[in-house]
Design a protein around this ligand. Structure first.
Ligand code: NDP
Length: 333
């Protein structure tokens, strides 16, 4: 697979270039809004071609697929242009700023017969898969509740558009709640129906929220509690799933790395649960490559990206209005 990177971003630098190459993907060019930055980024990562012209990148017949990791407001035009040029798309979350825009991107790829994937890394982790396997195999009985703890501290080098730019899609809800929505959907196999929420600016947010807490109603009746923040240096992350026959405690598993621990507690006692420690982003790329080759679906599809965004948008709406909000998933299935 021959890749072009759209966006000279931190996530590309820290995780995705390595993941693509580890899965034998060939990165042939990189795009930045600044030709100079693109050139420096290309030199740093030994990428043959660089530039600031999207149309030139998309006209390159050496490019099969694009990885879009620009700021959130750019995903829509870049994804639509890539699809128009016949390129497969792996797009960062949130797919877009609105449900209609995200839906348009995914629908365009579907109509063109191209693979479109969302880079929701957490469902690619061995830990989340192990938790899901415990739930689906009935080890905790009927699921009563899921608690998602994802209040972290945004490192200084990322304290830019995420904390001060609504126009670029900043705020903790599009950044982290969107991941947690995907986690709940992945673990429970159902989509939140309605949400109540509150949000706050607790030290970093400047024009956008930096913290959110919400409660989601699931079709089964299970309750989901979700907490995201950019301002919590020592909270640690994790999730708990509680059922009629047992509870799962997964610590430090809302991360970009294959770390953490899982414990199952039932009437029989406490049991440490092992899990595979493969690289999360490699798994995303692996499944994307397979999907392009006609083997299955990406780990998180475009529809998954639309649905996670729908939940995040409902959380923000509920927090703004102070009322319960039904999640609007649009008409894509
Ligand atoms: P960055 O701020 O690092 O990158 C976003 C854009 O900012 C880049 O495309 C680049 O623009 C510009 N930029 C980056 N660094 C510099 C710099 N030093 N000087 C000038 N401009 C710079 O954001 P992230 O990498 O953290 O996030 C990018 C996307 O990836 C977002 O959509 C985010 O939500 C998503 N993301 C997903 C993660 C996941 O696990 N799935 C984890 C982290 C982020 P240009 O390309 O024009 O040069």
């Amino acid at each position: 697979m021959r890749w072009a990177l759209i966006g000279a971003s931190t996530i590309a630098r820290q995780y995705m270039i390595g993941a693509i190459r580890a899965e034998r993907g060939n990165i042939v060019r990189v795009l930045s809004s600044s030709a100079e930055r693109a050139r420096d980024f290309a030199a740093e990562h030994k990428i043959p071609k660089s530039g600031a012209d999207l149309q030139e990148l998309l006209a390159d017949s050496d490019v099969d697929a694009v990885y879009i990791s620009t700021t959130n407001e750019k995903h829509l035009p870049q994804a639509l242009a890539a699809v128009k040029a016949g390129k497969h798309v792996l797009c960062e979350k949130p797919l877009a700023l609105t449900l209609d825009d995200a839906t348009a991107m995914v629908r365009a790829a579907k109509e063109a017969g191209l693979v479109f994937a969302t880079n929701h890394h957490l469902r690619c982790s061995g830990s989340h898969r192990a938790v899901r396997a415990l739930i689906t195999s009935g080890r905790i009985g009927r699921v009563l509740s899921l608690r998602l703890h994802h209040a972290v501290f945004l490192p200084p080098h990322l304290q830019g558009w995420r904390i001060n730019s609504p126009d670029a899609g900043g705020g903790v809800i599009p950044d982290i709640t969107v991941h947690d929505a995907d986690v709940a959907r992945f673990l429970l196999g159902e989509d939140p129906v309605s949400v109540v929420a509150q949000m706050a600016s607790s030290g970093l947010g400047d024009g956008v929220e930096d913290s959110a807490m919400s409660v989601w109603t699931m079709p089964s009746g299970a309750m989901v509690m979700s907490h995201e923040s950019f301002t919590h240096p020592f909270a640690g992350s994790g999730l708990e799933a509680h059922g009629t026959e047992g509870s799962i405690f997964a610590k430090d598993v809302m991360t970009q790395n294959p770390i953490g621990s899982i414990e199952l507690v039932t009437a029989a006692g406490r049991e440490a649960i092992g899990f595979d420690n493969h690289d999360l982003y490699r798994e995303s790329v692996l499944r994307f490559h397979a999907a392009v080759a006609g083997d299955g679906e990406p780990a998180a599809t475009g529809v998954d990206g639309v649905k996670s965004l729908a939940v995040a948008l409902a959380v923000r709406d509920a927090a703004r209005k102070g009322v319960r909000v039904d999640v609007n998933y649009g008409d894509l299935h």
